[in-house]
Design a protein around this ligand. Structure first.
Ligand SMILES: Nc1ncnc2c1ncn2[C@@H]1O[C@H](COP(=O)(O)OP(=O)(O)O)[C@@H](O)[C@H]1O
Ligand SMILES: [Mg+2]
Length: 306
């Protein structure tokens, strides 16, 4: 079982007719969704988050339930509601506006006991730099302890640093926290552009080296349409992506990659094969509007996850 921990928000997106429609997305949720769509039915994928008790939180919960995710670790906070973002589309360019500070998910790590129970029984636990950025320092410290304990109990800890400058109090805090959490991660799934922004890396090799030096034994550096650098157990391989003629929307491509990668790994694929499978899924993601991969993705790809 994979457990993903983070925030799923309500999205307000242009419907194409001058009106807007609701959607639901968030990096760790997008990855959990992809993993659910690409895993055998008997392999559970759990999403751990906190939402409110109002109608829009109900609506979000209903949507998540429709994906087949295990929602036993979704907690309800009557004092808060869910985060929200709106998309503006202009000449194919998307701009985002967010209302997420003080969302229910920012309190998801307030209770160490709940965190611990959400991780119980997990082979893999995924969180991201966005999960960390939205938490208060106490929440981050609780999550750190819970993940360390889970790792000691045999859970593989997976981090996508997903650096978003505006969510962090400062770049120094982001660097310090992402470095601290990387040291307890077994696997890190960064995107090169984020790492170049935050750490000044000048090549994917430099990114892989930095995480390897922190003790991470499996690093996959995504790099948009460029090959992904896979570094594991002393191996290094560049795995090429799929060429896509018409890119429709790259939102969530990295998240889809993560979910597919982890689904393939838990079905026995080695990192380079899992990355090749993840590229196929991410290629479908960039040809699809929105952050979530289509429900029929599995049928649309030719290769097996292992
Ligand atoms: N233009 C593209 N053509 C084909 N695949 C792409 C393209 N952009 C992204 N991808 C796929 O999405 C994955 C993640 O992209 P990337 O931009 O690195 O991550 P993120 O979406 O997190 O910023 C890539 O490894 C690749 O598989
Ligand atoms: Mg990303």
């Amino acid at each position: 079982m994979l457990v993903a921990i983070g925030e799923c928000m309500v999205e307000i997106a242009p419907a194409g007719d001058g009106n807007y429609k609701f959607g639901y997305a968030g990096d760790t949720f997008n990855a959990a969704w992809a993993c659910r769509m690409l895993s055998p039915a008997d392999d559970a994928v759990r999403y751990a988050t906190a939402i409110g008790t109002d109608w829009i939180s109900d609506q979000l919960l209903e949507f998540m339930a429709g994906s087949g995710l295990d929602l036993s670790s979704v907690t309800r906070n009557p004092a808060r509601s869910v985060g929200l973002y709106a998309i503006k589309l202009e000449d194919g360019e998307r701009s985002f506006a967010y209302w997420r500070s003080g969302s229910a998910a920012t309190a998801l790590a307030d209770d160490p006991g709940l965190l611990e129970s959400s991780l119980r029984g997990a082979n893999q636990a995924l969180f991201s730099g966005i999960t960390l950025a939205i938490l208060p320092q106490d929440g981050r410290d609780n999550l750190y302890r819970a993940l360390s304990k889970a790792r000691d109990n045999g859970t593989r800890i997976i981090l996508d640093p997903n650096y978003r400058a505006r969510l962090w109090p400062s770049a120094d805090t982001a660097r310090a926290e992402l470095t601290r959490f990387s040291r307890i991660a077994n696997c890190v799934l960064p995107s090169f552009s984020d790492e170049a922004d935050l750490f000044g890396d000048t090549s994917p090799e430099m990114t892989a080296d930095r995480f390897t030096d922190l003790g991470v034994d499996e690093v996959i550096v995504k790099d948009g349409p460029a090959p992904a650098l896979c570094a594991w157990d002393g191996h290094r391989a560049f795995v090429p992506s799929i060429t896509v003629d018409t890119v429709v929307d790259t939102t969530g491509a990295g998240d889809a990659f993560n979910g597919a990668y982890l689904a393939a790994r838990s079905q026995g694929a080695v990192p380079s094969a899992a990355a090749a499978f993840a590229h196929e899924v991410a290629a479908i993601s960039v040809q699809t509007r929105g952050a979530l991969i289509p429900r029929d993705t599995r049928q649309r790809i030719t290769s097996q996850p292992q």
